[in-house]
Design a protein around this ligand. Sequence first.
Ligand code: URA
Length: 242
Amino acid sequence: MRLDKYLANMGVGSRSEVKNYIRWHKVLVNGKPPKGPEQKIDEEKDVIVFAGREIGYQKNYYIMLHKPAGVITATEDRKDKTVLDFIDLPIKKQLFPVGRLDKDTEGLLILTNDGQLSHNLLSPKKHVSKVYYAKIEGKVTIEDVEKFREGLQIEEDFTALPAELTIVKEDEISEVEIKIYEGKFHQVKRMFEAVGKRVLYLKRLSMGGLALDENLAAGEYRELTEEEVLLLQEKGNSSTRG
Ligand code: URA
């Protein structure tokens, strides 16, 4: 692995920050200054030191879980089943969920031990998109779509960012898809409450452009591919919406 990639992955700084640290001779590989950021290192064997501190190798894991309803998004709980109870991997204890889905919400949940990625994806500044499918009590109308697009006032001190609401079925129980760029507590439910409607069913379909794998039944999980991890890292590093 390239030295700059290793240091960035271990959370020392962004790729451009660590390049500077290497140029400023703050990094040693096996006691010697490296040739440059592109120098290849063996993460299992080489001793990497940054600013006098050894940067040990910790592999990052990225899991996509199809969260079922009825379990809580936490690492442990005395009473309820948690999302970690579905994971049967030796590194399970290192994992934590990226953000939170309500107990009754289903769908895409990412679990990782990569604190930096998690922090970036959840940062309000990054505007990472989340798409949900929902069933709503009552008829969702074009007027609702317009209100969501303008940015709904939820509480006196909280106006939601503009959201893209698509009506899939307009009926006594409507079906919709909604794309939001923030993740406040009960956000989707509160947005519908603000237009006098109630969410009956909620499922997250995607996050940062990463879609829930349709082959995963509720309760099943798989590791993300390298491309999927890169996609999330790009979303977490950029500040544009997406
Ligand atoms: N919005 C909600 O209201 N609940 C969730 O679980 C996720 C988004």
